[in-house]
Design a protein around this ligand. Structure first.
Ligand code: HPA
Length: 235
């Protein structure tokens, strides 16, 4: 079934086996223009811009997913099941839930806890712990160590709610050692697990629920580049 309802590519091989997934489609455009060579644009349906190019000679794609689990659930499903994508790497931002985490820190989601109902579709006789691909996680940690880039690896929280009626509910996740909140990783990890492909979520801290600090756009750009250098080398 290609093209799919949300990706206008009618041939296999246009989208690389490894796809970087920022939430913001304009981020996808920026990544393609800034870091990739020989770029072609493969998607603009609903402005979910997608591009394929090369990084250090290796083919890699980048596509915006939109915000939230239903949105990344759709794009990642179509990429995996109809375009044979094997490595899906979310590059996003998050809110820190722990005091030791500072703005612009880089966090890798080893697992993604969630308040979403996404996993009810699998009708499991219990609860799945959505986790990153060990292969990608190990590789990302090795790359960061080699570059001497400080990272934090641990549990993250994928929330369905940005404007929460209970503004303190995040504290319960913080008590369980969860590092940060974002809104997509759990669905990505579940789609990847179900299809036996690899997924990873790399985040930079854009705000802190503990200190209420928020980033400036100039500083965001610098930390973003450090995160991208790790993500791009995963191709
Ligand atoms: N909450 C949810 N998602 C986020 C946040 C946040 O504070 N910051 C960046 N993504």
């Amino acid at each position: 079934m290609i093209p799919t309802p949300h990706i206008q590519v009618d041939k296999k091989g246009i989208i690389a086996e490894t796809v970087l997934l920022p939430g913001d489609p304009l981020r996808a455009k920026f990544i393609a223009e800034t870091f990739l060579k020989d770029v072609i644009q493969f998607n603009s349906v609903r402005n979910a811009f997608g591009y394929t190019g090369t990084y250090n000679g290796k083919k890699i794609s980048v596509m915006g997913t939109g915000m939230g689990m239903p949105s990344i659930g759709i794009y990642s499903y179509e990429l995996i099941h109809f375009y044979d994508v094997k490595n899906l790497i979310r590059v996003g931002s998050c809110g820190a839930l722990q005091e030791n985490l500072k703005l612009y820190d880089i966090i890798i989601g080893m697992a993604a806890s969630t308040n979403s109902n996404f996993q009810s579709q699998y009708d499991l006789p219990g609860y799945l712990a959505p986790t990153a691909s060990w292969k990608l996680l190990k590789k990302a940690v090795d790359i960061a160590e080699k570059k001497k880039t400080e990272i934090h690896v641990g549990n993250i929280f994928s929330s369905d709610i940005f404007y929460d009626d209970n503004p303190d509910s995040w504290k319960k996740w913080a008590k369980m050692g969860v590092l940060a909140v974002e809104m997509e990783a759990a669905a990505l990890y579940m789609n990847a697990a179900r299809a036996n492909v690899n997924a990873l979520c790399i985040l930079t801290v854009s705000d802190s629920l503990v200190t209420h600090e928020v980033t400036t756009s100039e500083e965001r750009q610098k930390s973003f580049t450090k995160m991208m250098e790790i993500a791009l080398e995963l191709a």
